[in-house]
Design a protein. Structure first.
Length: 210
């Protein structure tokens, strides 16, 4: 019994201050908190596979305009050109509230010939003749980071516990049945709009990977 009380008091005993050299920088207290994930749950990705002649610039502008019309902020994270291979990653973010952000990510990967001179409706036009894979994925962030990329409401273990309680219990049904479902069906509309654009503007065929 006495040993148990002694160990209990040792936990609350104030630690001795560490000696700091006067020439050293002033130590800054950094609160300790376990890492957490901002993502509530990723959506099932949608893919488009195409082989043939298509307008790459037109496809890029179409996707960007479609997202901006729905109040997404569009960012190009990667543009890697190593002919005959081309990779483009695009992220679109939309703040639904001060706590929830919807994210759509586009991964473009193609292998073929670019800047081919063609004649479309009597006008010269640059086209791409390649085998292309386009993957669209979505995610819900709650809460999302601030403008400096720092996580919010996670400065200490207490804040993180309160955050997990709020997100996993009070907001769980709203996040899954409202935000998650709404973004999923909107992503499917985006997927269908891209397929319609490819059928109208391109000369080739959709194909399924084996």
């Amino acid at each position: 019994m006495a040993d148990g009380l002694k160990n209990l008091f040792e936990r609350f005993k104030k630690k001795e201050e560490e000696l700091v050299n006067e020439k050293d920088p002033i130590p800054i207290h950094t609160p300790k908190a376990p890492a957490h994930k901002e993502s509530v749950g990723s959506l099932y990705p949608a893919r488009i596979k195409f082989r043939g002649l298509y307008d790459l610039d037109g496809l890029y502008k179409f996707m960007a305009n479609w997202l901006r019309q729905r109040r997404f902020k569009v960012y190009e994270n990667l543009y890697k050109s190593k002919p005959p291979e081309l990779q483009i990653n695009i992220t679109a973010e939309r703040e639904k509230s001060g706590f929830v952000m919807e994210v759509i990510t586009i991964y473009y990967h193609s292998y073929g010939d670019y800047d081919i001179d063609t004649v479309v409706n009597g006008k010269k036009k640059k086209m791409t003749n390649a085998r292309m894979t386009l993957e669209i994925s979505g995610d819900i962030l709650a809460p999302y980071s601030d403008i400096f990329g720092r996580p919010r409401w996670a400065a200490s273990a207490v804040e993180l516990r309160l955050l997990n309680l709020f997100r996993n219990w009070f907001m769980k049904r709203e996040l899954e049945s409202v935000y998650w479902d709404t973004l999923y069906y909107e992503m499917q509309k985006f997927h269908g709009a891209i397929k319609d654009f490819m059928k109208f503007e391109a000369k080739g065929n959709m194909y399924e990977s084996k």
